[in-house]
Design a protein. Structure first.
Length: 515
């Protein structure tokens, strides 16, 4: 399989696309407004402890206090606090890549409430980006990722990436890890370490140990809240984490970024540097690789599937809802077969879209109804097979009699659609606008109330130009009707900056706003 990483850089953002046989399978956007925060380490201060929800809120200097659930407080809590010269209790851990313990196992181990108190200093790391009005989620179990391994201070465990399946290779890497692991530290061997020698792993580990030593030094010379360590940008972290030997080529259209990434790879894994290529053509790189048209589909609410059907993706506060539509009529005897075919195609596209858009949390899919249990199981099995390609943690339930499938997908960052779009200032993200006839009705009602209370008789009605036309149309226009009806002199004023769903009424002489 031909797997490529294509990086498009501009003055305002970097975009990273990962393709398999020309099909977009992963997409990342690195822009100034949404800088990557996962992996950053802070010295924070406990703002509130809420035993009722088994959590604490930590001030790390961001707009919203960070959320620390007790299940995210690790075994090594006492050791990390000793860096601050404080004594605390210890509690369970779950590591960065979930290779040692799963989150569910961790939560089962939590048996007591940690001794956190307001005003206490604490070292924490961001594990989930902020979503909507929620702050970041943090952990007190610190992990520092490198190219080939992840350093876990005070952990004393060794984990091997599950993506390294070969038993002999796993055993070899574990033996290497035991030989180089620093005292009182744990280590996770990453997928990129496959077939690497001891020197490469040791060099990577030395860099991580130096980073941890710098963090400890900074802790002792600063006051909270303070950023202690900033992880790599989205673009560089994709190269660090996903540029492995199975990637055929990396194309970059920025000379400076090309040199930066090439120098980094030559330092950590020089044998891969020949796969990095500077894209020189005048044709935009995403046009050449036909990625731009795939991104447009990615941003849409409606996504086509091969047999003429489509899926519709809607985001709500609580969950993401996906509807599968066949798009064509089928005779009753062929309906089950056609529905199965459409649902199978939709399953593959849905998993791809969840990865591409990085949609997390609760996901509910309404498939086309299937009568036979064996066909429902085929959809469930197809989803499970496709999700094996996904790096995020997934939990999926079998299809119900109503054709509903429920999924939870690990949410680490804000999904792509939300990260590159802003909420519409007019509709506030609903996608719906108040009809102009309704707004005109509201204007009429406002003047009705004003007639009984107001003292001014000469007013200015300020509206959006699209609404202004409706008020002026006709010999006996709505505006004239309002003037005759309420015995007021009303001057109509166009205002491009006003919401089309709203209006303003001002006093003609003074400009005083009345509503």
């Amino acid at each position: 399989m031909q797997k490529e990483i294509i990086i498009n850089s501009s003055a305002t953002q970097n975009r990273v696309a990962i393709t398999e046989e020309g099909t977009l399978v992963d997409f990342f956007v690195d822009n100034p407004e949404k800088r990557r925060m996962v992996g950053n380490i802070y010295l924070g201060k406990v703002a509130r402890v809420l035993p009722g929800i088994r959590a604490a809120f930590i001030d790390i200097g961001l707009k919203h206090d960070a959320f620390l659930h007790f299940s995210d407080i690790g075994d090594s809590f006492q050791e990390f606090q000793s860096v601050l010269d404080e004594e605390e209790t210890d509690i369970s851990v779950d590591d960065e890549e979930n290779l040692v313990n799963t989150k569910e196992e961790t939560e089962k181990k939590v048996t007591s409430i940690p001794k956190l108190h307001k005003g206490q200093d604490i070292i924490v790391q961001i594990i989930k980006e902020p979503v909507a009005n929620k702050g970041v989620r943090i952990s007190s179990a610190i992990s520092i990722p490198g190219r080939f391994c992840v350093l876990l201070p005070f952990d004393n465990k060794i984990g091997i990436s599950k993506k390294i399946a070969d038993f002999k290779e796993r055993k070899r890497l574990k033996t290497l890890a035991k030989g180089i692991i620093p005292e009182n530290c744990g280590l996770i061997i990453r997928t990129a370490a496959k077939e690497q020698d001891e020197f490469s792993l040791e060099s990577d580990l030395k860099y991580l140990v130096r980073t941890w030593n710098k963090i400890q030094t900074k802790v002792k010379s600063t006051d909270p809240p303070m950023l202690l360590y900033k992880d790599l940008s989205t673009t560089t972290s994709v190269i660090r984490d996903l540029f492995t030997s199975n990637v055929s080529k990396v194309f970059i259209d920025s000379k400076s970024l090309y040199k930066e990434i090439r120098d980094y790879i030559q330092l950590v894994q020089p044998e891969l540097s020949e796969k990095i290529e500077y894209y020189k053509s005048r044709m935009p790189i995403y046009e050449t690789f036909k990625i731009e048209e795939q991104i447009k589909t990615l941003m849409g609410r409606k996504v086509p599937i091969p047999n003429g059907g489509h899926i519709v993706i809607d985001h709500t506060e609580a969950m993401t809802v996906i509807d599968v539509n066949s798009g064509r009529y089928a005779a009753k005897k062929e309906q089950e077969l056609n529905s199965l075919k459409t649902d199978l195609e939709a399953s593959r596209e849905i998993v791809r879209q969840l990865r591409l858009r990085d949609i997390g949390g609760l996901i509910v899919i309404d498939f086309i109804d299937l009568e036979e249990d064996k066909n429902r199981k085929k959809i469930y099995d197809e989803l499970r097979k496709e999700f094996k390609k996904d790096r995020a943690k997934i939990a999926i339930l079998p299809m119900t009699d109503f054709g509903i499938v429920q999924i939870t997908r690990q949410r680490v960052r804000q999904n792509i659609v939300q990260s590159i779009n802003e909420v519409c200032p007019y509709c506030a993200g609903t996608g719906l606008m108040t009809k102009r006839s309704t707004v005109i009705h509201d204007i009429d009602e406002w003047f009705k109330r004003y007639k009984s209370e107001g003292k001014y008789r000469s007013l200015v009605l300020s509206v959006h130009p699209s609404l202004s036309n409706d008020l002026k149309i006709g010999l006996l226009s709505t505006l004239r009707k309002l003037q005759f009806k309420y015995l007021l002199k009303i001057k109509l004023e166009d205002n491009d900056n006003i919401n089309p769903q709203e209006f303003e009424v001002k006093v003609a002489k003074t400009g005083e706003k009345l509503n």
